[in-house]
Design a protein around this ligand. Structure first.
Ligand SMILES: Nc1ncnc2c1ncn2[C@@H]1O[C@H](COP(=O)(O)OP(=O)(O)OP(=O)(O)O)[C@@H](O)[C@H]1O
Ligand SMILES: [Mg+2]
Length: 225
């Protein structure tokens, strides 16, 4: 899916979070890195249509995120840093089913789609568990299953490994790597995006670099020094 920013920018209470930006992407993988507060999450939320730009336009699959907001909803799935905030029902399986039902899917089709999503990520045993009993890595996979179940065209990961230990991090990293879906990965965990052909570096609300991972990481290190 193609996402286009046309002079799209965002300010909160008069303070610029993202300066007007023009770019397009449709790569299977897009990495986004930069210092804290540099505008990465704002960029991702605009790209996924969670928020509307207060200047310029964002086109998601040819649809204007402000004018066609209803059609844009559901094209992108978000995985946030803290999945505990994302899984709201008492059982993991019910939570995955919730998103499907919200899209009008009913009865046996819901059960089948929940099972298929869990099987894909190898978390079938987690369907009957309570989210608060799960490890951070298990929670991330459960949140991902809920997102994938509704078949988004683009999955946006906003720091998905931030709270994970090495073992869980490896599980989530491998899962992201193997996903056939188009994905945007925002991360301070540079290894996650190290193989990407295109990585954006944000700095002070603007795009500071756009290119292959190795050069992007070098640019980011320079900004951080
Ligand atoms: N909802 C909001 N209301 C007010 N200010 C916001 C809001 N969201 C972001 N900002 C501000 O916009 C700027 C960019 O924030 P953003 O969350 O995009 O940064 P980030 O690069 O994702 O940072 P981090 O690495 O810490 O997650 C920051 O100065 C932040 O305080
Ligand atoms: Mg952020």
């Amino acid at each position: 899916m193609r996402i286009e920013f046309h002079d799209a920018g965002m300010a909160f209470e008069g303070r610029t979070a993202l300066s007007p930006l023009t770019l397009a992407f449709e790569q299977t993988r897009l990495g986004v890195i930069g210092l804290n507060g540099s505008g990465k999450s704002t960029f991702a939320r605009l790209a996924g249509g969670l928020i509307k730009p207060n200047s310029g336009r964002v086109l998601i699959d040819g649809l204007d995120s402000a004018r066609d907001a209803a059609k844009v909803m559901g094209l992108c799935g978000f995985i946030f840093q803290n999945p505990a905030n994302q899984i709201i029902l008492p059982l993991v399986g019910d939570d995955i089913a919730l998103g499907l039902k919200a899209r009008g899917i009913k009865g046996a089709a819901v059960t089948a789609a929940v099972e298929a999503a869990a099987e894909r990520l190898g978390i079938t045993a987690l369907l009957v568990r309570r989210p608060h009993e799960l490890s951070g890595g298990e929670l991330q996979l459960a949140a991902l299953a809920a997102v994938l179940a509704v078949q988004p065209k683009l999955v946006i990961f906003d720091e998905p490994t931030n709270q994970l230990d090495l073992k869980n991090r490896a599980v989530v990293a491998r899962t992201i790597e193997a996903l056939p879906e188009q994905a945007m990965v925002i991360s301070h965990d540079l290894e996650l995006i190290a193989g990407f052909e295109r990585v954006l570096v944000f700095h002070q609300g603007g795009l500071a670099f756009d290119g292959p991972a190795a050069e992007a990481i070098a640019h980011y290190r320079m900004l951080a020094a």
